[in-house]
Design a protein around this ligand. Structure first.
Ligand code: NAD
Length: 457
């Protein structure tokens, strides 16, 4: 296995050095090929997502395939511009010289993806790699075997393996790939595996982009538009049955509005997912039995306010709200990554700060309020990857906003131009003039030091 991957990597390095991928026309052609391949295989993708996660076609289009078409269209339209070298101003000490930044592909990238949005999280980084002019070896998740198999076939039927290749496999495959000397690694997954990836990358000083997870809080202030907050929360928390890296992990609501908010939340849960969720044919299932076990354990760690229904055989757990949960319980230590929402209340804004600071920098933070000062206050208190005011999840769909974490929720960002940047080294070159040679730097003029002090102070 190791030898085979080593050979693949060497072939890709050779292909990269031949310079094919540096042509913008080549990149655009490959982006178009990718879009066509996705379109032609859309039915197979939808079927695989149904088999692995019971994703409905609507949800799959909104959060996976449709999202990718948008990203590809944007890349096709802008890649020429993104990849152009651009001049920058130089200072007076560099008179006559010209500074130029050359966006250059890293080379051969390794892309490792998780199971929760298996199509999106495999192909969106690949769009960045193609746009930037990288070659890539792609390893989708073993936890969604139908989707990963379909993706592997699509990728391998579309691209020459010397350029882009997908390999199926589990941890061992990942481990074997991580031994190799890639030029860049783009990893999406858990914090624990993110640490392994970074450690392996350090052996070769390979730059990494790490898209990780964590516990993303949602705060609802007393002045929020409660019905709208509840509706958006009901949608964002239980999309993909809560198996979303930026899903609202837990809720902190002002004590004055807890009762009406939860009442509205239940109303919207029922409107979106039905009163008998176990019979809802479009409600996503939990990815595997191990995660069903993990999540069912959390149900015992608080009082169930709503939900709690479960069909272990079908791997379905209904939208569940729990209260009276301890911060020391596993549901508040782990990233929940499932359909359970613990609720906490606060009286003073300082309480919110104390609660959120109990956990590392989140990947996302959501705040519902009509007050600008509350937004300013909360925003100034924490580092977090990104988020929304008066919404959840929606920042992901705005490709102008870089998507990524900070600290234990990740490093680096992507989407839109940021995906291009994630796979790009911005090489800088100073083009010096030979028409004259300003003597200042040599220190041989009498007044050199005085001039220098005047220029730089
Ligand atoms: P994971 O870390 O278990 O697996 C991700 C990938 O790493 C898989 O392809 C897997 O085969 C590989 N892998 C697993 N163990 C490995 C090991 N020991 N060594 C090398 N490779 C290994 O993550 P997951 O369970 O697939 O996904 C869930 C996690 O991903 C959550 O923490 C979630 O928040 C995070 N996530 C983050 C984002 C984001 O964009 N920031 C998106 C989706 C999911």
């Amino acid at each position: 296995m190791q030898h085979h991957y080593h050979q693949l990597l060497q072939q890709q390095k050779q292909y990269f050095h031949n310079g094919h991928t540096k042509e913008v026309t080549f990149r655009i052609r490959q982006l178009k090929n990718l879009k066509k391949a996705l379109q032609q295989n859309e039915k197979a993708i939808m079927k695989a997502l149904r088999q692995d996660l019971n994703k409905s076609e609507f949800e799959a289009y909104l959060t996976e395939v449709g999202f990718l078409y948008k990203e590809i269209n944007e890349a096709i339209k802008n890649v020429k511009n993104w990849s152009k070298p651009h001049k920058v101003k130089t200072t007076l000490t560099h008179m006559g010289a010209k500074g130029v930044i050359y966006p250059e592909p890293y080379g051969v990238s390794l892309i490792i993806s998780p199971w929760n949005y298996p199509v999106n999280l495999t192909i969106a980084p690949l769009i960045g790699a193609i746009s930037a002019g990288c070659c890539a070896i792609v390893k989708p998740s073993e936890q969604t075997p139908h989707t990963s198999h379909a993706l592997t076939q699509i990728i391998n039927n579309t691209f020459d393996p010397e350029y882009i290749v997908a390999v199926e496999g589990a941890v061992q495959t990942s481990e074997a790939l991580l031994e190799l000397n890639f030029d860049h690694i783009f990893f999406t997954g858990s914090e624990a595996v993110g640490k392994i990836v970074m450690e392996k990358a350090a052996q070769h000083l390979t730059p990494v982009t790490l898209e990780l997870g964590g516990k993303s809080p949602t705060v609802v202030h007393h002045d929020a538009q409660l019905d709208m907050a509840a509706k958006r929360l009901a949608w964002g928390k239980w999309t993909n049955a809560g198996q979303t890296c930026v899903a609202p992990d837990y809720l902190i609501v002002h004590q004055q509005v807890k009762a009406p908010l939860l009442k509205a939340l239940v109303h919207h849960i029922q409107a979106l997912y039905g009163t008998n969720v176990l019979e809802n044919e479009d409600y996503p299932m939990i990815v595997n039995d191990q995660h069903v076990e993990r999540l069912s354990h959390y149900l015992g760690e608080g009082d169930i306010y709503y939900g709690g229904e479960m069909d272990k055989e079908k791997r379905v757990i209904g939208p569940t709200i729990i209260e009276n949960v301890s911060w020391d319980s596993s549901v508040m230590r782990d990233e929940i990554f499932g359909p359970i929402l613990p609720v906490f209340v606060y009286e003073h804004e300082q309480d919110v700060i104390e609660m959120i600071r109990k956990r590392p920098h989140p990947l996302a933070l959501y705040l519902f309020t009509e007050s600008d000062s509350m937004v300013q206050y909360i925003n100034s208190q924490f580092q977090f990857g990104g988020g929304c005011v008066n919404d959840v999840l929606y920042h992901l769909g705005t490709s102008q906003l870089p998507f990524g974490g900070v600290g234990s929720s990740g490093m680096g960002a992507y989407h839109g131009k940021h995906s291009f940047d994630a796979f790009t080294h911005h090489k800088s070159l100073l083009h010096q003039s030979t028409k004259f040679d300003i003597p200042l730097r040599y220190g041989q003029m009498k007044a050199a030091l005085n001039i220098l002090k005047k220029l730089i102070k």
